[in-house]
Design a protein around this ligand. Structure first.
Ligand SMILES: NC(=O)c1ccc[n+]([C@@H]2O[C@H](COP(=O)([O-])OP(=O)(O)OC[C@H]3O[C@@H](n4cnc5c(N)ncnc54)[C@H](OP(=O)(O)O)[C@@H]3O)[C@@H](O)[C@H]2O)c1
Length: 301
C-alpha cells in the first residue's frame, strides 16, 4: 500500500514516519512544508508540499497516486488561530478542500485528523456521536473541515484526538508533558488547571490508530486517544510523580485564573469502544506512555 502523509515534520507526522518506514509492505511518501526535519530519508520518499497551495496538492497527489493520504498538517496553535483567523482558515479549512479534490480525482482514501476542541466540553468522556459545538476559532475551523469532508469526500475517515504528547526531532512546538517536566526540573512553580479533563494521547498510539484506519481504509469518524481520563492537574501531578520532581511547585488553578486568548472546552476525553472494536486499537496507559518517552529522552543524551 502507498501512503502519503502531510505535515511530516510535526509530532504525529514524524511518528507516522517511524511507523511506516520499517514496514516493507508499505511505500511511504512523507510531505511537509519546506525541508525534511525528520533527520534522514531512509525508508521513505520525501517531497516538499505546502497544503495551502492548491496546484501543489493536486500535482503531488497526482504524481505519487497514493492509496491513502493521512492529513496531519494543520494550524495547531489554538491561541494563534484566535488572532490569525485567515491563516487558520487557509490551513485548517481551505487546504482540506484541496486534499479532498485531489483524493477524489485520484481514488485515494483520505484520513483526516481532528480534535476534541470541536466540542463545548460540558461532560466526558464522549463517543463519536456527541454533537459538536466549538467554543474557539480553532475548534470551529476543524469542525468546518470535518463537515466539508463528510459532504464532499468520496472515501474518508476522520480520526479525532486529544492532547497529544511525545518527542520528535526539531519540534516546532512543545506539549503538556514536556512543558511540565521541563518547568519542574528547572525548579519553576507552575499554575495548572484542575477544571479541564482529558484523555491524553501518546503520539505513537495516535500514529498506530491512524495506520489501523489506513490499513482497512476504514470510513467514518473514529476517536483515537489515550484511555486514561484525568484532569490536567492530575496529568501534571502524574508527570511529577513519574520523574520524581517537586510537587510543591504545582499550584492548582482554574481556567478563569489562567488568561488565554482562546477558550478551552472544560471536559472532553474520548470513549474508545468503536476504535477498539472495529480497528483493534489498544493504546498504552498514561504511565506506559511516560515510560516510553523516558526511554527516548535517555537515548537522546
Ligand atoms: N497536538 C495535539 O494536542 C492535538 C490535539 C487534537 C488534535 N490534533 C490534531 O492532530 C493533527 C496533528 O497534530 P500534531 O500534534 O502533529 O501537530 P504539529 O506538531 O503542530 O504538526 C502540524 C504540522 O503541520 C505543518 N504545517 C503547517 N503549515 C503547513 C502547510 N502549509 N503545509 C504543510 N504542512 C504544514 C507544521 O509545520 P511546521 O512544523 O513547519 O510548523 C507542523 O509540522 C492536527 O490536525 C491537529 O489539529 C492535535
Amino acid at each position: 500500500m502507498k501512503v502519503l502523509i502531510t505535515g511530516s515534520n510535526g509530532l504525529l507526522g514524524q511518528k507516522l514516519i517511524d511507523y511506516y518506514k520499517i514496514q516493507s509492505e508499505h511505500q511511504l511518501i512523507a510531505t511537509a512544508k519546506g525541508n525534511n526535519r525528520y533527520g534522514n530519508a531512509d525508508g521513505f520518499i520525501y517531497q516538499s508540499l505546502d497544503i495551502t497551495k492548491r496546484e501543489e496538492v493536486l500535482d503531488v497527489i497526482g504524481k505519487y497516486l497514493p492509496d491513502v493520504v493521512i492529513n496531519t498538517a494543520a494550524m495547531t496553535n489554538v491561541d494563534a488561530c484566535e488572532s490569525e483567523k485567515e491563516l487558520c482558515d487557509s490551513l485548517n479549512i481551505e487546504a482540506v478542500g484541496y486534499l479532498v479534490a485531489a483524493c477524489n480525482a485520484n481514488n485515494a482514501h483520505l484520513v483526516h485528523l481532528s480534535t476534541d476542541f470541536i466540542f463545548e466540553g460540558t461532560h466526558g468522556p464522549i463517543d463519536e456521536l456527541e454533537k459538536p459545538n466549538p467554543i474557539s476559532y480553532y475548534g470551529l475551523s476543524k469542525l468546518k473541515a470535518e463537515e466539508f469532508i463528510q459532504a464532499e469526500s468520496k472515501s474518508w475517515a476522520i480520526a479525532r484526538t486529544v492532547l497529544v504528547y511525545g518527542i520528535v526531532s526539531d519540534m516546532s512546538r512543545s506539549n503538556i508533558v514536556l512543558w511540565a517536566k521541563g518547568a519542574l526540573e528547572s525548579g519553576k512553580p507552575i499554575n495548572v488547571v484542575s477544571d479541564q479533563f482529558r484523555t491524553p494521547t501518546l503520539a505513537e498510539d495516535l500514529a498506530i490508530g491512524c495506520a489501523l484506519i489506513a490499513a482497512q481504509k476504514a470510513s467514518g469518524i473514529y476517536n483515537i486517544s489515550g484511555r486514561d481520563f484525568m484532569s490536567v492537574f492530575d496529568l501534571v501531578y502524574r508527570v511529577a510523580n513519574f520523574w520524581k520532581l517537586d510537587k510543591n511547585l504545582l499550584n492548582i488553578s482554574t481556567s478563569e485564573g489562567i488568561k488565554q486568548p482562546a477558550r478551552r472546552p472544560p471536559i472532553t476525553g474520548f470513549r474508545l469502544d468503536k476504535a477498539v472494536k472495529d480497528l483493534g486499537y489498544n493504546p498504552r496507559s498514561f504511565e506506559e506512555g511516560l515510560a516510553l518517552l523516558d526511554q527516548q529522552l535517555k537515548a537522546q543524551i
